[in-house]
Design a protein around this ligand. Structure first.
Ligand SMILES: [Cu+2]
Length: 146
């Protein structure tokens, strides 16, 4: 009897561990991993201007490539709907500390990355116990090249 209980306990633990592993895999899967980048080309005034739209639960484009040392303007907005979204881009290396609410109206976010590198941008919204928007796929990557 005691042995049966132990077996049952071990089985429950194994299933539990598998579920935790699956959740971790889900949480760390980023959709942009294999996408071709949207390569910004400077406008006439030398600014790399990129229109970025956030929605439930995506960013378009989700992989952006810009040149280091050239000013960037993200013209950011969110799609129609009631769900609030924001844009978070934080990287000490790239000198970026951006956290902006996304509105229906376009908002211009300006910065000039000085060094090459990569940073994941994402929506920082989360409702109650539901998975965060980031974990639901609302993330992308900003790649800064020489
Ligand atoms: Cu969001």
């Amino acid at each position: 009897m005691v042995i049966d209980e132990r077996k049952k306990y071990r089985k429950i633990m194994r299933v539990g561990m598998l579920m935790v592993a699956a959740l971790i895999a889900l949480a760390t899967s980023e959709a942009w991993a294999n996408t071709a980048p949207y390569v910004a080309t400077p406008d006439g005034d030398g600014v790399q201007r990129i229109r970025l739209v956030g929605g439930s639960y995506f960013f378009e484009p989700e992989h952006i490539q810009v040149k280091a040392g050239v000013p960037v303007e993200l013209v950011a907005s969110r799609e129609r709907g009631l769900v609030p979204h924001n844009l978070v881009i934080q990287s000490e290396v790239l000198g970026l500390d951006i956290e902006e609410e996304l509105e229906r109206e376009e908002k211009v976010i300006r910065f000039t990355p000085q060094v090459p590198g990569r940073v994941v941008f994402y929506c920082g919204k989360k409702l109650w116990f539901l998975p965060s928007h980031r974990n639901r796929g609302m993330s992308g990557v900003l790649e800064v090249v020489e």
